[in-house]
Design a protein around this ligand. Structure first.
Ligand SMILES: Cc1ncc(COP(=O)(O)O)c(C=O)c1O
Length: 420
């Protein structure tokens, strides 16, 4: 225990004061970052030790008070409430609009399946959505005789120069794809493959002027914990996120923000005791058995100790800096990486302008497949990932990334690109 504490303190002091003055305090608290150069925050963020300890402590409390006793319920209710409150604060919405979920996918799919579609309605889905969401839309269309249209966004590659041009092109594309019968638009906030940011407010605004006022489902897998989400979360009908990526929380816990009209118009889908106002007597049929707020989309028993872990990670992020300043740090690092790629022969970045956030995708014009490059870099202790559509490699930079790491990745890529 003491050895661990002294080791942690030594790492922290050396990390903070030697060599690199931009060092994040949080980085020193993440065991996953001590033995590798990690660039897969968009896949899963590293869990800080205090968050793991918060999970353990919560688990211990539950065992001591319960696990199934009258004494434990106030603690469980307090944990749920504190977490919903914190998520509501970060998303800038009232607590009744937050449901706790297990991951991004369930946050997107469970409310979507409950929307009041009519046979013949159209769903408009971007061409950069995650496969789980795409197949959920296809199955929904199949079951309810709906049609799917595709909104092209993959070619929007202006990067940080997006405000004018990307927004204009996207709105033009939207105009050509919207039909009178469009009932739902599905668009990620930050595209997981190209790294391009989508102008969610402008899309919401346009949809509100459509005679059918289509619902807007936003996959926020790549934004929550990375960029300020309040504006988009307030405007979307379904804004689904997870705690285990950029928020560096534990896997298995996420959330979704639902609009007031979704709460009024959508029926619960995967129904369980947590969707119900009262668990009691089922022999009398209630006309309104479900919670009126977002909890109607929660299901049943879940892992309560994870709540303390996610809150701990979110508080640690907050203690590093404001969300705007954190995004600035991320943009500085991703710009450093993106610009160094521009100087490498045989390497092409997917975005043509500076990345708006921390996702930087690129291709190597060489014989080896992206998977082989991932394996090769992995052997050197550098972890990035490959993607299939578009075929490319992706590196993510977070506030816990270091300039030295970015340089090392750049050098390793240069070596791979120039090796025949
Ligand atoms: C854009 C996007 N959506 C959805 C997912 C799936 O996330 P989860 O496993 O939390 O449902 C991911 C995971 O990488 C993603 O990047």
């Amino acid at each position: 225990m003491w050895i661990y504490a002294i080791q942690s303190l030594t790492t922290l002091i050396s990390e903070l004061f030697i060599g690199n003055f931009r060092m994040s305090y949080l980085r020193a608290l993440m065991p996953a970052l001590q033995n590798k150069k990690y660039f897969n925050y968009g896949g899963q963020g590293p869990l800080p030790t205090p968050s793991l300890e918060a999970i353990n402590a919560s688990w211990k409390i539950i065992q001591e008070l319960g696990p199934f006793t009258n004494n434990v319920w106030p603690y469980v209710a307090g944990e749920l409430n504190a977490t919903r409150n914190l998520l509501a604060k970060i998303c800038g919405v009232a607590i009744n609009r937050i449901a706790l979920t297990e991951n991004v996918t369930s946050g997107c799919v469970l409310p979507m399946l409950g929307l009041p579609f009519a046979s013949g309605d159209h769903l408009l889905i971007s061409d950069c959505e995650h496969p789980g969401i795409v197949y959920a839309c296809r199955e929904l269309a199949h079951r309810q005789q709906l049609f799917i249209d595709i909104l092209p966004v993959k070619q929007l590659r202006g990067g940080g120069n997006w405000e004018e041009t990307t927004e204009q092109i996207l709105l033009k594309n939207l105009e050509t794809k919207l039909r009178p019968s469009t009932r739902l638009v599905v668009l990620s906030h930050l595209l997981w493959n190209t790294g391009q940011l989508m102008p969610i407010s402008a899309v919401a605004e346009r949809l509100s002027n459509h005679p059918n006022n289509p619902y807007l489902l936003v996959d926020a897998a790549q934004t929550f914990g990375q960029i300020p989400v309040k504006e988009a979360a307030a405007k979307a009908d379904i804004y689904a996120f997870t705690g285990h990526k950029w928020a560096c929380g534990p896997e298995g816990l996420g959330g979704v923000v639902l609009s007031e009209r979704v709460l009024e118009e959508a029926n619960p889908t995967l129904i369980g005791w947590r969707s119900l106002k009262h668990e009691g007597n089922t022999s009398e049929e209630s006309l309104t058995p479900f919670h009126l707020d977002s909890r109607r989309f929660e299901v049943a028993t879940s892992c309560i100790p994870l709540l303390a872990g996610l809150r701990s990670s979110l508080e640690l992020l907050e203690s590093e800096n404001t969300e705007t300043e954190r995004l600035r740090t991320i943009q500085k690092l991703s710009f450093q990486f993106w610009s160094s790629l521009q100087n490498l022969e045989g390497v092409k970045s997917i975005l043509e302008g500076p990345p708006p956030a921390g996702l930087v995708s690129f291709t190597l014009l060489e014989r080896r497949s992206p998977q082989e490059i991932v394996n090769l870099l992995g052997k050197k202790g550098l972890w990035i990932r490959d993607l299939e559509d578009p075929v490319c490699l992706r590196a993510c930079l977070h506030i816990t990334s270091e300039e030295e790491e970015v340089k090392a990745l750049n050098e390793a890529i240069e070596q791979s690109a120039t090796r025949s």
